[in-house]
Ligand binder design. Structure first.
Ligand code: 13P
Length: 262
């Protein structure tokens, strides 16, 4: 199990920052990263802006060869056709997106996405060469009734039904009760669920792919707590919501190495 996984710090902007604001933000982030070359050298950083920002972000990242990845917050399970308001994975690939968030709890609850929808979206992402950032997580009620791991593990199994994990996957464990609440899971809780998710990955895809797949923690991550999560052996990074909109806070999260052992 001594596989080295590149830490991944991902900013989910949700429905914030328009395309002009996205340009300013990514420019500032690039400056902050170049300032901190040593610290962040072995981490990967990506932002997940609204769809309408992606072309601007692409242009900026490509023009200056910025070391910043990006992706969308959702995609359609269909490739094209009469699906008003939907966005095809083909369009995202055209914009050089590397990743796409799938199954975020806000999509599952506010847009009634089922495990079957999430599974179809993972397959669609792979069809277009995008790496899914697959979100799983339990509600406060689930936690009380079934413990922390049961629901995320069931969601992972359902999402990966028939999926070829070798086509790329990042898993994000986001307890619903920790999202936007200011009450993050403890590092030990995150580690426990991340380890359970990795064990399921091993069962589904084999030890080698499981130990190469990054499992992130998300839910009230801030500069002040990022290092404590990243010290855990099975937590390989973070999916950051609110704190990814504040350039100082997000830059500080990305420079997490500074905090390790500090
Ligand atoms: O939902 C999240 C990221 O996808 C987490 O949001 P917060 O970091 O605002 O809790």
């Amino acid at each position: 199990m001594a596989v080295k996984r590149t830490p991944f710090i991902a900013g989910n902007w949700k429905m914030n920052l328009d395309h002009l604001q996205s340009i300013a933000f990514v420019q500032k982030l690039a400056w902050a990263l170049s300032d901190a070359k040593h610290d962040f050298a072995d981490a990967e950083v990506a932002v997940f802006p609204p769809f309408t920002d992606l072309r601007s972000v692409q242009t900026l990242v490509a023009a200056d060869a910025l070391p910043i990845g990006y992706g969308a917050q959702d995609l359609s399970k269909h490739d094209s056709g009469a699906y008003t308001g939907e966005i095809s994975g083909a369009f995202l690939k055209q914009l050089d997106c590397g990743y796409v968030i799938i199954g975020h709890s806000e999509r599952r609850t506010l847009h009634a996405e089922t495990d079957a929808d999430v599974n179809a979206k993972v397959v669609a992402a792979h069809r277009h060469g995008l790496v899914p950032v697959l979100c799983v997580g339990e509600t406060a009620e689930d936690l009380e009734q079934h413990g922390a791991s049961a629901v995320p593990v069931a969601q992972l199994r359902a999402a990966l039904d028939g999926v070829d994990v070798s086509k790329g996957l990042v898993v994000a464990y986001e307890p619903v009760w920790a999202i936007g609440s200011g009450q993050a899971a403890t590092p030990a809780q995150a580690e426990q669920v991340a380890a359970a998710l990795r064990a399921v990955l091993a069962e589904i895809a084999g030890e080698e792919l499981a130990s190469a797949t990054r499992v992130l923690y998300g839910g009230s991550v801030k500069a002040a707590n990022i290092a404590s999560f990243l010290r855990e052996p099975n937590v390989d990074g973070a999916l950051v919501g609110g704190a990814s909109l504040d350039i100082d806070e997000f830059s500080s999260i990305v420079r997490f190495k500074k905090h390790v052992g500090a």
